[in-house]
Design a protein around this ligand. Structure first.
Ligand SMILES: Cc1ncc(COP(=O)(O)O)c(C=O)c1O
Length: 295
């Protein structure tokens, strides 16, 4: 990954309907999205010039905004077209895309009813979320202090910037302790997810993953479940308690950025990245490749 700071790079960004030079894509300090967290975003990856599951990401972006009581003034088709335009304008084929929507600066206060809704889309080259060598060995994960909130206390299915506050704090603490990420429980104490990825376990060939009732039901998670079923694996979506963890043989995480990444340890509990993880890692990498159009 380039060491250049993100506010000083070459390239183009789509910003409120126009393509602007990267370094001109600015907001004012008095922006509602910055002060009150009225901001939602997406993380997408393009492989070979095509953005994987673009429709699903654009639809989730609009739904995330709706859950925060604002409407993005572009249709899914318009957002899709803008994402593709960003890739082409920057001459990227393999890249990470970051659409972000937020309330602007017309009003300052908890109420943000009159604020303009902005949408920007950036893209950059981002080969792999974790160090590639680390990835093959499996990453080490620590335990997070914070828990995913009760859906009655926060719009937990929205990919809202504010919900990442506890993820950043948890990830920092994990990194300070020498881990690559942190496992978060939900408010009831069930295993939930990592700070930017969903989690899966394997026991005797059966795949177990937490029910997505208090966290983001990742697009990668849904893809992995589909791929696993296609392979004939049994997949159990259920509540998982932390005391079950030592009984699992394999563990991996899934996410647009993380893709499928094996896990070798959760705070002293060891897993062996094995055949099921390897199969799904390979199936996922094959699935994201652009499909050849029928002649
Ligand atoms: C907190 C959190 N959970 C899960 C995911 C995985 O979601 P997806 O597979 O849609 O990228 C992400 C990444 O976006 C995330 O940030």
């Amino acid at each position: 990954m380039s060491a250049e700071p993100f506010d000083k790079r070459d390239g183009w960004m789509w910003y409120d309907g126009a393509m602007v030079p990267w370094n001109d894509a600015k907001i004012h300090v008095l922006t509602h999205g910055l002060h009150y967290g009225s901001c939602v975003f997406e993380g997408e990856r393009a492989y070979g010039g095509e953005i994987f599951k673009l429709d699903e990401h654009s639809a989730r972006l609009k739904e995330s905004a709706r859950l925060l009581d604002f409407e993005i003034p572009y249709s899914v088709a318009e957002i899709n077209a803008a994402c593709r335009e960003v890739l082409v304008k920057n001459s990227f084929t393999d890249a990470y895309l970051r659409p972000v929507a937020w309330r602007g600066s017309e009003m300052m206060g908890v109420s943000g009813q009159q604020n303009k809704i902005h949408l920007a889309i950036a893209a950059w080259q981002w080969p792999s979320y974790f160090d590639p060598e680390e990835r093959l060995k499996g990453i080490r994960i620590g335990n997070a202090k914070y828990r995913r909130p009760d859906p009655q206390t926060a719009p937990s299915t929205s990919k809202a910037a504010g919900l990442y506050m506890i993820c950043t704090i948890s990830k920092h603490a994990a990194e300070r302790a020498g881990f690559a990420d942190a496992l978060m429980l939900d408010w009831r104490g069930y295993v939930a997810e990592c700070t930017g990825a969903n989690i899966f376990f394997v026991k005797d060939g059966v795949i177990h993953t937490p029910l997505a009732d208090a966290f983001l039901n990742g697009i990668t998670r849904q893809t992995v479940i589909e791929l696993a079923k296609r392979r004939g694996f049994e997949v159990q979506e259920r509540r998982i308690t932390p005391d079950e963890l030592p009984g699992f043989q394999e563990c991996f995480i899934s996410g647009t950025a993380a893709e499928v990444t094996p896990v070798s340890e959760i705070d002293g509990i060891h897993f062996q990245p094995g055949q099921v993880t390897k199969t799904l890692f390979e199936d996922y990498m094959a699935e994201v490749q652009p499909k050849k159009k029928a002649a």
